[in-house]
Design a protein around this ligand. Structure first.
Ligand code: C2E
Ligand code: CA
Ligand code: CA
Ligand code: CA
Length: 279
């Protein structure tokens, strides 16, 4: 490493200040974006082994007037820190359920499930169950086709409270997937108690599963674990036919990733849905 010159601390401070300022700007425009409704949902197809679309994952997009496209990897953590995730999360849920309700009335679309990401802070709100119930009522979306994606970080609070909340949502008919499975800290004892429907193999294990024996082993183990617990297992980050073939050979039956389709705006998704399965 270069030795620090006399100006470097000042330089570092200036850099920090610039970072703080740009964060504050981002936070301000995030608030504005929420008011001006400059968010969009894109939908990434999820397919079975025959290439049939069984569902989609809703992924939020922000096209900022000043800064152009901003990745959710950047603004979701900020929205979580500032609490803006609560109104934004509600908008996401409402928008996704509106789309789900539309499909429910269309021929050949009535089976498509909608996976929606739910942040820990959003899930932990006291009235979250009520919010979901309201959104289902307002939109008329069929609850069994709504799949909430939780990460292990949503489960750090009292396990009993988590189980209770999930059960209340379940009695509405809603389903659950654990996102990024294997990257958090939840124990297998927890896993046993949670009323889950699906495990999602984190894309970090999928990416190199063809070359890296450890990743392959983890992917295989998650598939066996999920199936052993009676859960569906889906792999995300499936970028090539080779990935899909390997995962399929290990027993995985559901797939999502650029190799099948990128997340698409609704118009492009409709085109994708109209094509025959790629099998
Ligand atoms: P995630 O929930 O794990 O979503 C999967 C991310 O992987 C998405 O990035 C998706 O576009 C990307 N992806 C899908 N297939 C592939 C692939 O084959 N290869 C690679 N390299 N990437 C792939 P995206 O849309 O940028 O979202 C990033 C993260 O931001 C999400 O990770 C999620 O944690 C968060 N996020 C996105 N939308 C929402 C939302 O509506 N609500 C909440 N709470 N968080 C969201
Ligand atoms: Ca997700
Ligand atoms: Ca994920
Ligand atoms: Ca992730």
């Amino acid at each position: 490493a270069k030795s620090a010159g006399p100006g470097s601390i000042l330089f570092y401070e200036a850099q920090m200040q610039a970072q703080v300022a740009s964060r504050a700007r981002l936070q301000h425009s995030l608030r504005e974006a929420l008011q001006q409704q400059s968010f969009r949902l894109h939908y990434q197809p999820q397919v079975d082994s025959a290439g049939q679309v069984v569902g989609v994952e809703a992924l939020v997009r922000w096209f900022s007037q000043e800064q152009g496209f901003i990745s959710p990897a950047e603004f979701i953590p900020l929205a979580e820190k500032t609490g803006l995730i609560l109104p934004l999360g509600r908008w996401i849920l409402h928008t996704a359920c509106t789309q789900l309700a539309t499909w429910a009335t269309q021929p050949g679309r009535g089976h498509i499930a909608m996976a929606v990401n739910v942040s820990a802070g959003q899930f932990q709100q006291d009235d979250f169950v009520q919010q979901v119930q309201e959104v289902l009522q307002e939109t008329g979306a069929p609850a069994p086709l709504l799949k909430l994606e939780l990460t292990e970080s949503a489960m750090v609070e009292q396990i009993d409270a988590v189980v209770q909340r999930m059960q209340a949502l379940r009695s509405l008919g809603v389903r659950f997937s654990i996102d990024d499975f294997g990257t958090g800290f939840s124990s297998l004892a927890y896993l046993k108690r949670l009323p889950l429907d699906q495990l999602k193999i984190d894309q970090g294990f999928v990416r190199d599963c063809l070359e890296d024996r450890n990743d392959a082993s983890i992917a295989q183990t998650v598939i066996a674990l999920g199936h052993g617990l009676g859960l569906e297992v889906i792999a995300e980050g499936v970028e090539t036919p080779g990935h899909q073939a390997a995962l399929q050979g290990w027993g995985c039956r559901f797939f999502q990733g650029y190799g099948i389709s990128r997340p698409l705006p609704i118009e492009a998704l409709e085109v994708f849905l109209s094509q025959p399965a790629a099998a």
